[in-house]
Design a protein around this ligand. Sequence first.
Ligand SMILES: *[C@@H]1O[C@H](CO)[C@@H](O)[C@H](O)[C@H]1NC(C)=O
Ligand SMILES: *[C@@H]1O[C@H](CO)[C@@H](O)[C@H](O)[C@H]1NC(C)=O
Length: 247
Amino acid sequence: MHASFIFLTILIFCINDGLTIDCSKSSAKWCRNKRIARICGITEQCKNSVWKKQNQNDKVNFTLYYETLCPDCRQFMTTELWKTYKTIPGIVNITIVPYGNARETYEPKTDLYQFVCQHGPNECLGNLIHTCVLNYYPTIDQYMPFVYCTESTAGDVQTVAIQCAQQSKIDFNKIDACTKSKLGNQLQHIYAAQTDSLQPPHKYVPWITVNDKHTEIMQHEAEKDLIKLICKSYKGSNPPAECKKYL
Ligand SMILES: *[C@@H]1O[C@H](CO)[C@@H](O)[C@H](O)[C@H]1NC(C)=O
Ligand SMILES: *[C@@H]1O[C@H](CO)[C@@H](O)[C@H](O)[C@H]1NC(C)=O
């Protein structure tokens, strides 16, 4: 054996704090770090299994267009969307857009938008509360527990929001101030513009897109089994175990 190789090996063991590695016995530990994998000669195998990360860019873009008080939206969000978020978060990039079938008009005098909602002023308030929560708590783990809570709880919109905020680490004072501000009004307008620019235009709510595409078939599949639709749409190289039964 070449002297420098022996030296290198000794050096590696020293770096590993004198840890000795029996490659034939402790297979579970082989991929623990790059040095051990190299010593055991299985770097390639580790790269193809344990070290393989799901690529962020492979995530399926899923967008839900909804309004807060529509029964079918509530149903979809508290079942299919919630299960998907809980089960396969690593392969889906969920975006929610609270506006739905609302209408807006611009008032030059006040420089504000006026909204009219399908289920009345309470729904406009609910949409605005969600809009403000999405602004201040933009990551899905921050906003989704609140969204789930409000969509699964019947009752006065403001009262339910206060209760759900408490349970979801959301500062309701901040949200309440936002709903009464010009900022909230402008943020709601952005969701209105996003909804109104859909191609094809939405005909009902909930309305879904997968990687910015909408078809009746996709919509039907999403409502029936969203996990299945996302798994089948995922083009990444390492689908999670939860997808295996669909592939
Ligand atoms: C997730 O979706 C948002 C909104 O469409 C987009 O801005 C963002 O780049 C997406 N992230 C990934 C990882 O695809
Ligand atoms: C998701 O959206 C992001 C941002 O628009 C884009 O970069 C990415 O390629 C999209 N992912 C897929 C799978 O289309």
